[in-house]
Ligand binder design. Structure first.
Ligand SMILES: Cc1cc2nc3c(=O)[nH]c(=O)nc-3n(C[C@H](O)[C@H](O)[C@H](O)COP(=O)(O)OP(=O)(O)OC[C@H]3O[C@@H](n4cnc5c(N)ncnc54)[C@H](O)[C@@H]3O)c2cc1C
Length: 390
């Protein structure tokens, strides 16, 4: 048997490294911890964005903050200031470099670059094993973001939606972009097989990330997203391919589905991150929930020695997510109208508060009152049984 640990973190992505960071900055920092990932080289392959009241997580490495949010619907572009919930962009390369350095500088934390092959649970010994091709490690708890929970079957999911996107990071010679405003959604009404929009993170007046994003159950060819970006740059900014240089591409697929949250992979092996069901089904945003989960796990380890993280959403917000998923999946045109009314009829701060699940029932009712009620009544009826299962 290879060395024994108090905790093993299997997967050094957003959730694994966020948990390692919480542990390093807690009274548990002297526990023995192993972090395993198949590839530990930091890469600039994900731009994690989130809104946050107060000081954001990893505040010293935030790449960009925006206090103005733009929405575009039916050729109508409008922007709103955000005061309580600014929008932040954090690059995966910066988070990984920061946390991996802190781990390497710490005597009790070990890093291993290797593929995890499987886990074994040893409940009678109050521990679990992590197996690689050529080694086995034991710990009291394993926190894993590598494998989907075994109990989830594709056929159990009623609304198998995905958020899929391809983005170009590009530079231009002449200042053109408004880097004080990020474009959250600029809808493409010509796309009818789901909901599609352009998402823009302008870094500077001469550079930014332009992502064509789709909510649907079918992935598209890479050329399709790229053609859409090309067209957008031409129609909105009059830019031709010779006017810009694409310096990086970012591609991603995020599950947006009515997936039950399964906390435990096996006894003593906790699912974290996306595999722990942390993605908010109706938006695809996961990063803030990952931070909340990491903090909750460490707080519980300190308090009771065992982790039992709370469900990411209470029943009220689970119901809202399910209704919107139902509408997005079955009636994308109605979903576009709902987004339009949501953004037109409410302040962006209030929308972010609602999506953060920080609103009171009274505040929710006010938001609901700004939306068309028919699609929601139909969704409420159609999902009444499903709500009890998730
Ligand atoms: C391109 C992209 C952009 C995103 N942007 C946002 C955003 O702006 N805001 C937001 O809230 N959410 C965003 N998300 C969703 C979500 O926040 C991210 O997917 C986030 O990285 C999830 O964290 P995770 O730890 O669950 O998974 P990951 O970050 O993917 O980490 C999993 C880790 O496990 C490792 N691994 C997997 N299998 C094995 C194995 N067998 N052995 C060893 N290691 C293994 C992988 O190498 C990886 O490092 C984005 C997702 C993508 C794909």
């Amino acid at each position: 048997m290879d060395p024994e640990y108090d905790y093993i973190i299997a997967g050094g992505g957003a959730s694994g490294l966020s948990l390692a960071w919480q542990l390093l900055n807690s009274p548990l920092k002297d526990r023995k911890v192993l972090i395993v990932d198949a590839d530990l080289t930091p890469k600039n392959d994900k731009t994690w964005c989130f809104w946050h009241p107060g000081i954001p997580p990893f505040s010293d490495i935030i790449h960009k903050k925006w206090s103005s949010i733009e929405i575009g619907i039916s050729n109508d572009h409008f922007s709103q200031q955000v005061e309580q919930y600014p929008y932040y962009g954090l690059r995966s390369i910066d988070l990984k470099q920061k946390v991996l350095k802190a781990i390497r500088d710490h005597a009790h934390f070990d890093l291993l670059e290797s593929s995890v092959v499987k886990f074994t649970s040893l409940p009678s010994e109050q521990s679990a094993l992590l197996h690689t091709e050529d080694a086995t490690f034991k710990a009291s708890y394993i926190f894993q973001s590598c494998f989907a929970p075994t109990e989830i079957h594709k056929s159990d999911i009623c609304y198998p939606l995905k958020q899929h996107f391809l983005g170009w990071e590009l530079t231009i010679d002449t200042p053109l972009f408004d880097d004080s405003t990020c474009t959250l959604m600029d809808f493409d009404e010509s796309f009818t097989d789901g909901v599609a929009f352009m998402y823009i993170l302008p870094w500077r007046a001469t550079s930014g990330l332009f992502e064509y994003t789709v909510f649907s159950d079918q992935l598209l060819s890479k050329e399709f997203y790229e053609e859409k970006i090309r067209l957008y740059l031409h129609n909105r900014y009059n830019l031709r391919p010779i006017d810009y240089e694409v310096t990086r591409r970012e591609y991603g697929v995020i599950p947006m589905q009515d997936q039950p949250v399964i906390s435990w992979y096996k006894p003593r092996i906790l699912n974290i991150g996306t595999q722990g069901g942390l993605t908010k089904p109706s938006t695809g945003y996961t990063f803030t929930r990952i931070q909340n989960q990491a903090k909750a796990i460490v707080d519980q380890l300190i308090a009771n020695g065992s982790p039992e993280p709370p469900s990411p959403s209470n029943l009220r917000f689970k119901a809202y997510d399910l209704w919107l998923l139902h509408i997005l999946y079955n009636h994308p045109a109605e979903a576009r109208q709902i987004f339009h009314d949501l953004f037109k009829g409410n302040s962006m701060d209030q929308v972010f508060k609602f999506l953060n699940e920080d609103t009171t029932l009274m505040e929710d009712l006010k938001i609901m009152g700004s939306l068309p009620y028919r699609p929601f009544l139909k969704a409420l009826w159609a999902t009444r049984k499903r709500l009890q299962e998730i």
